[in-house]
Ligand binder design. Structure first.
Ligand code: NCD
Length: 332
């Protein structure tokens, strides 16, 4: 893969080889994350700023945890407590953050293409943490990593992506990522929640979840993103759940070994029954855990790798500035 300057879309990784490279690197950072002191000096001296114009729990915390585990300094910006409230533009805000000396800016915005715009204004690397209905590439990478961990690989797997595909940046990045690694994707949704034009999407579609479930290795559920809907696209949530929710009865139609995924935040009782979310087949907690290591890999590729793509033993060594470890940990 050519050196990575920004991660705005899954396509920036240049196909299967680039994606595999991130997943391989993630293996190293999963190992780091399992250490008693999950911190390495790889990005010491670098600063990672997060610029979030939309609410977020896991994505924001995950990027911050990733940057900290790599020993980078972090700066955090949220619209509700910033000068955006006073009318500052995205461009001026981005330039202000850059002037403070940052190496990477992690951007979430309700407008598709906002991270791309930021990338055109600043010298820092930009990571797209979700832009409008467009893309959410690190979510797709952590989803791939989780599928690989549970099922051994993507090639030849059949994945159903169920629900509000129309408003989902996760679905767009996932379809690109899953199919790049050889999986087949079926989108399952009412017609009103599918994108109006699927030309060029390498997918099948269905309106019948019961018929699709027995044939898939992965069922990937999406939240009804009501904050992005401008009109009533389903008659009622109850009706949606009756046809497209993964109820306990429906989960019984899944083949042995099939897994249930969700990017969070879940609306238990709408797209997924509470009991199903907690089944061993559910990977929801694994996805969050893997998210930190995947984001470490992405930040490392952007800021730490240079031409040396494999982290050196030095970069992954214990942080010499850490306080002395307890004797039990030294013995372990
Ligand atoms: C998603 C998002 O914000 O795009 N969540 C996430 O990042 N894990 C999905 C959603 O909002 O439903």
């Amino acid at each position: 893969m050519a050196p990575l300057r920004h991660l705005l879309s899954i396509e920036d990784l240049g196909g299967a080889a680039g994606i595999e490279e991130v997943l391989r690197l993630t293996d190293s950072f999963v190992e780091v994350s399992e250490r008693a002191i999950p911190r390495v000096p790889a990005l010491r001296g670098k600063t990672v700023a997060s610029l979030f114009y939309e609410d977020s729990t896991r994505t924001r915390l995950s990027f911050e945890a990733a940057a900290k585990r790599l020993s980078a300094d972090t700066m955090s910006f949220s619209v509700s407590s910033s000068s955006v409230k006073k009318g500052e533009s995205l461009r001026d805000t981005a330039l202000t953050i850059e002037a403070m000396g940052v190496d990477a800016i992690v951007v979430r915005h309700s407008s598709s293409g906002a991270p791309q715009r930021v990338a055109s204004w600043v010298g820092a690397s930009v990571v797209n943490a979700g832009d409008g209905w467009h893309e959410h590439p690190t979510q797709a990478l952590l989803d791939l990593y989780t599928i690989r961990q549970r099922l051994g690989g993507l090639d030849g797997r059949h994945i159903a992506v169920v629900g509000d595909v129309k408003h989902s940046r996760v679905a767009r990045s996932d379809v690109l990522a899953f199919t790049a690694l050889g999986a087949t994707v079926t989108l399952v949704a009412p017609g009103t929640l599918l994108p109006p034009d699927l030309t060029g999407w390498p997918v099948e579609t269905s309106h019948d979840l019961d018929a699709v479930l027995p044939n898939v290795d992965v069922v990937y559920l999406l939240r009804m993103q009501r904050e992005r809907m401008t009109e009533a696209l389903v008659p009622s949530l109850r009706e949606y759940t009756a046809r497209f929710g993964l109820t306990v009865r429906r989960a019984g139609r899944l083949a042995d070994g099939a897994i249930v995924m969700h990017p969070g935040p879940m609306n238990r009782g709408v797209e997924i029954a509470p009991e199903v979310a907690d089944l061993p087949a559910s990977t929801i907690v694994d996805q969050v855990r893997n998210g930190v290591a995947v984001r470490m890999a992405v930040l490392y590729l952007l800021l730490g790798a240079g031409t040396d793509r494999v982290p050196t033993t030095d970069a992954l060594a214990l942080d010499p500035e850490e306080p002395l470890r307890r004797p039990a940990e030294v013995d372990a």
